[in-house]
Design a protein around this ligand. Structure first.
Ligand SMILES: *[C@@H]1O[C@H](CO)[C@@H](O)[C@H](O)[C@H]1NC(C)=O
Ligand SMILES: *[C@@H]1O[C@H](CO)[C@@H](O)[C@H](O)[C@H]1NC(C)=O
Ligand SMILES: *[C@@H]1O[C@H](CO)[C@@H](O)[C@H](O)[C@H]1NC(C)=O
Length: 630
């Protein structure tokens, strides 16, 4: 009886919402008077809400960048350990001089420090950052300090990560003012009378001008804002006041306030838009392919009783050509292999995200999982590349295996290196440190490459895929086809549909990548990815059918291009986003944005091109194994 009870109570514990913890997020129980560590992260530019607001910079700055002149801890800044993904995404976490202890000093005004001799040059640097809408990012017990905001749509209150460095309104023409006072509210939950858990950190920053040396008051209502002079030295006093506020929010649900989806209607609209596109496409495909193909096949295969010589027409004409190896088999197979590796990475990462493993309290877990998956799926890349290579008649297997394992990582790494150089020159803290670079090289060339070689070995042992028809000795002449079937116009035309299914979600992804907005709508993202896959595959099959009907048998490269067509639209959309949502003054900002955009486009091109190619390959084999060739 007792084991049953134990199991039952364990099950009950798992099912109860507040007993379910995501991995790596066990609660920290504070006792009364225990020190609460406050960490500071890099300052980031923010895209303010509003129609015509623009993101003004691409660069993160260390909190302890000497030009900010923020108060330093007595023992000096100490860097905190971080995960790989967290470093790649620009987190630079340090300790801070704030002395906060659980439930003490409730609402007392405290001076953090007074900074003397802030020069005009430093003041100008700070003022420029205020004009660029920079935000401070603090972390307490894994939670980001946030500003309390109300959703304009339904008045729901939510926590928006980060808070303003200063205040500036370009329209009012008033000078920027620096926030030198922070009203911090810690919301705590009491699971038992003597344990306390932090479930929310809110900051109301304000600017207190006037004399910076007299007794601190912490009341900003009566004072003028602190405007820094860019011509002479000045003193800045930093003050803060802590409020402890008890909350009903339990530890398990403490992130809910942060993960507010601003306008779910837009995501739903995007989803419905994609589903309409898919239904429309499936309708078209079933009409065109299923009906006409089955009609074609039954006509081709009909036994001609009258013994008249039957004229062949349509796609059957090229049965002796479709499996003729294309040009540059090596390049194509390497691209397909790498594309397959990327697809597998995206799919598994999305599954992880959907299952809730990428908890926001594990900072950078998304990027870490992506990097690790990419490395581990080297085997898939090698296997598919070598099989495609063999099937298309390639013979230099070693070279294929080598190129699959090295070319893409090298290209990506080179772009990454240039971006890093730009960040370094711009004085940004977002530049990835040397040790992390080394770790990435190790991950790619130490894990991914050997796995890719092993995959290649198994792929070439398995050998080529059998083709249903034989290739003629002498190539056929190709009649001129219609304009819309030329490779580039086909790519652009076919790219519209997958892009159209994804572009609304894409806006949010770009905004979270570049404007440090949190993105947690993984459910929507996964569905959108599914729709894009389906759309890309069907559109490419459709176009391949059309070109075969036009007696153009060089379909391999066209299928890849047609599948990857959405990447061109993605690039165009990135430029549009730049024109409408960003206003980058510095050259380094432009280079960094374009660099990331090119990386994104490249990844999209390889992934969707691979989907298109493999889907067409499958369809062509099916098509030609259904007909009787004499
Ligand atoms: C301003 O401050 C700098 C150092 O921060 C100091 O070297 C300089 O002498 C100061 N200028 C005046 C006029 O006090
Ligand atoms: C802190 O002060 C506020 C307002 O004075 C009060 O409502 C709150 O209960 C206090 N919290 C604690 C833990 O004493
Ligand atoms: C504590 O938080 C609740 C909910 O936000 C609020 O209603 C209450 O006024 C807060 N208490 C203090 C002292 O600010």
């Amino acid at each position: 009886m007792r084991p049953v009870l134990l199991v039952a109570s364990a099950l009950w514990g798992v099912l109860r919402a507040d007993a379910f913890y995501l991995p790596g997020a066990a609660p920290h129980d504070y006792v009364l008077g225990e020190q609460v560590a406050l960490f500071v992260n890099a300052l980031t530019p923010k895209l303010m809400n509003g129609e015509d607001n623009r993101l003004k910079s691409m660069i993160n700055y260390d909190y302890y960048n000497p030009k900010f002149r923020f108060c330093q801890p007595e023992e000096g800044p100490i860097k905190q350990p971080e995960s790989l993904g967290s470093i790649l995404f620009g987190d630079r976490i340090f300790n801070s001089p704030y002395k906060i202890t659980m439930l003490n000093d409730n609402r007392t005004c405290q001076t953090l420090c007074t900074v003397h001799d802030v020069t005009g040059e430093e003041a100008k640097f700070i003022n420029d950052r205020i004009k660029e809408d920079y935000e401070l990012n603090w972390l307490v017990d894994g939670l980001p300090a946030a500003t309390m905001k109300a959703d304009t749509r339904n008045g729901e209150v939510f926590y928006d990560q980060g808070f303003n460095l200063g205040n500036y309104d370009a329209e009012l023409q008033s000078p920027p003012s620096l926030n030198n006072h922070y009203d911090v509210m810690f919301r705590y939950h009491k699971p038992t009378p003597n344990t306390f858990r932090i479930v929310g950190v809110l900051v109301w920053p304000s600017s207190i001008g006037g004399s910076q040396t007299e007794h601190a008051t912490c009341s900003h209502e009566l004072s003028v804002p602190l405007v820094l002079s860019e011509t002479h030295n000045q003193t800045i006093r930093y003050t803060y006041r802590v409020t402890w506020n008890e909350s009903d929010t339990s530890w398990a649900t403490r992130w809910d306030n942060y993960l507010h989806i601003l306008d779910p209607r837009i995501h739903w609209f995007s989803l419905i838009n994609s589903i309409v596109i898919v239904v429309f496409l499936c309708g078209m495909v079933s009409m065109v392919l299923v009906r006409s193909v089955s009609r074609d096949i039954s006509r081709y295969n009909a036994i001609d009783l009258s013994e008249d010589v039957q004229e062949d027409w349509g796609w059957k004409l090229v049965h002796g050509e479709v499996f003729r190896p294309p040009q540059n088999v090596m390049v194509l197979s390497v691209m397909v292999g790498n594309g397959a590796q990327l697809c597998a990475m995206v799919a598994v990462t999305l599954v992880f995200a959907l299952l809730g493993f990428l908890s926001p309290s594990n900072r950078g877990s998304l990027a870490t999982v992506m990097m690790v998956c990419w490395s581990l799926f080297g085997g898939i890349g090698g296997y598919i590349s070598s099989r495609v290579y063999a099937s298309l008649g390639g013979t230099n297997r070693r070279k294929n295996s080598f190129l699959t394992a090295t070319v893409l990582p090298t290209i990506v790494f080179m772009i990454f290196f240039i971006l890093n150089l730009c960040l370094l020159i711009a004085g940004s803290s977002g530049a990835v440190p040397f040790g992390t670079m080394l770790l990435i090289v190790l991950l790619w060339f130490g894990i991914s490459a050997p796995l890719s070689a092993i995959g290649s070995y198994f792929g070439s042992r398995k050998g080529a895929i059998e083709h249903p028809t034989r290739v003629n000795q002498i190539p056929r002449q190709i009649p001129p086809g219609p304009k819309y079937l030329r490779p580039w116009s086909a790519a652009l035309l076919s790219g519209i549909l997958p892009f159209g299914a994804a572009f609304i979600e894409l806006y949010y992804v770009l905004t979270s990548l570049f404007a440090s907005r949190a993105y947690y709508a993984f459910g929507f993202l996964a569905l959108t990815a599914g729709v894009v896959t389906l759309t890309t595959a069907t559109v490419t099959i459709l176009f391949t059918y059309f070109i075969l009907c036009a007696e153009e048998y060089r379909w391999h490269w066209r299928a890849f291009l047609t599948g990857g067509g959405s990447a061109f639209w993605l690039f165009g959309y990135g430029l549009f986003y730049w024109a409408t949502r960003l206003s980058l003054d510095s050259l380094s900002g432009v280079v960094i944005y374009l660099g990331y955009l090119i990386l994104l486009t490249l990844v999209d091109f390889l992934a969707t091109g691979t989907i298109g190619f493999l889907a067409s390959y499958w369809a062509v084999r099916r098509l030609y194994s259904a007909i009787r060739v004499d």
